[in-house]
Write a protein that binds this ligand. Sequence first.
Ligand code: FAD
Length: 452
Amino acid sequence: MKDVVILGAGLTGLTTAHHLKKKGVDLCLLEKGSRAGGVIHSVTENGFTWEEGPNSGVISNVEVLRLFEDLKNDCELEIANENVKRRYILKGGNWQPLPSGLKSAVTTPLFTLKDKFRILGEPFRSPGKNPNETLAELVKRRLGKSFLDYAIDPFILGVYSGDPNRLVTRFALPKLYNLEQKYGSFIRGTIKKGSEPKTEDEKKVTRGVFSTKGGLSSLINALKNKIGEENILTGISSLTVKPIGSHFLVSYIDTVGNPVEMETKKVISTIGAHQLDQILPFADAAQLAKITNLYYARVIEIVLGFNHWEGIKLDGFGGLVPFREKRDILGALFMSSLFEDRAPKDGALFSIFMGGVRRAELCDLSDNQVKTILKKEICSTMKLKEFNPDLIKIIRHPWAIPQYEEDTEYRLKAVTELEEKYPGLIIGGNLRNGIGMADRIHQASMLAEAVI
Ligand SMILES: Cc1cc2nc3c(=O)[nH]c(=O)nc-3n(C[C@H](O)[C@H](O)[C@H](O)COP(=O)(O)OP(=O)(O)OC[C@H]3O[C@@H](n4cnc5c(N)ncnc54)[C@H](O)[C@@H]3O)c2cc1C
């Protein structure tokens, strides 16, 4: 008998377990993979340290800071180099910095003159009335098409690998949605919010870009230390949950093939929506389908390392490629510029993304075809004469990023109904509450609170 069983040992499951352990809860994490961490996985080899999943997070809420405070003896928070804040957007084959102030906003070639004038009227435009307005509709209405194409579209590619014509703003970017709904305008809202008094905690939420020294796996290892490895069971299979009275029976096959049964008062699921029908066979199929039909973008992540870099100056966070530009990559992160010791001195390390919602067919290409595309794209966009990387890794993510589209409303309702019908069953994970690492850390606090 356990107090709590947590399904999935990715960032959400591990962080939830950490909070519960602090409160003395007797728990167990069940993970089908051979290691904890979920999509987070860092590798160090031949002078390069790279990520095979997420590359960095954003300090966008206080729970992120509290977590690193808890873990400060086990892992070291690394904030991205302040000098490389610049984000580049590809237009006509050249990288243009995304404007960061009034002067650059006026002079940038990214937006049309008409839209630059149009933005002056943004504070006076009335807020939208359609709660299911897509991001594309919202941005066109308030800012104009060129802002959609060369600011929001690439941003959405970078975060969701998604399509702004399909993502619903109130689910995908709730802060942006609330800015318009609460203050009537993005500009007025940003100014008003900036002048509102902040608590000491809020002042620390800098929106800085973070990783951990040695890569994000250090964060996972620190969490594992806190939870106790004996409480994390990896390599399990055939996991199912069954309600029995006020408890749950959790069954699975352990690593050596033995069937195991475990009783628990509470079950917290942090696994992807597409896996839930196998795990919760008792739930009403039609209701569960509203949750499991969540669409995940497929993505290919390519890690490229160069011992000596001879291309463009890497003085930024990275570059994003708007869909309109009709290229075969979504963007590239300049990882060796962002964080220390990711590549040999004078070398460079990139994380490059392909595929996503609008170019899903690229995910079916063979490794050789992917390399051919990379050679063409990297040589032309990074002004590289020869394509001879010293490191190349191709990582395929078939269930990478959930897309919060119009059906989200029905999904969230189905989750609530399921939780109410089976008290003690708590459904978390990236099917709700946001997709980024900071969102996952925030949700973990909520999941732990729901139990306590
Ligand atoms: C390629 C990629 C790049 C990303 N880049 C960024 C980024 O730069 N910044 C950022 O903030 N976020 C990024 N994200 C998002 C971020 O990585 C995730 O939100 C976060 O790591 C997800 O953590 P999680 O624990 O919710 O899910 P996961 O990491 O998916 O963990 C879920 C766990 O459940 C396990 N599981 C699944 N089914 C079962 C089963 N049947 N039985 C037992 N266990 C099961 C899985 O094996 C997995 O370990 C990226 C995601 C991807 C895929």
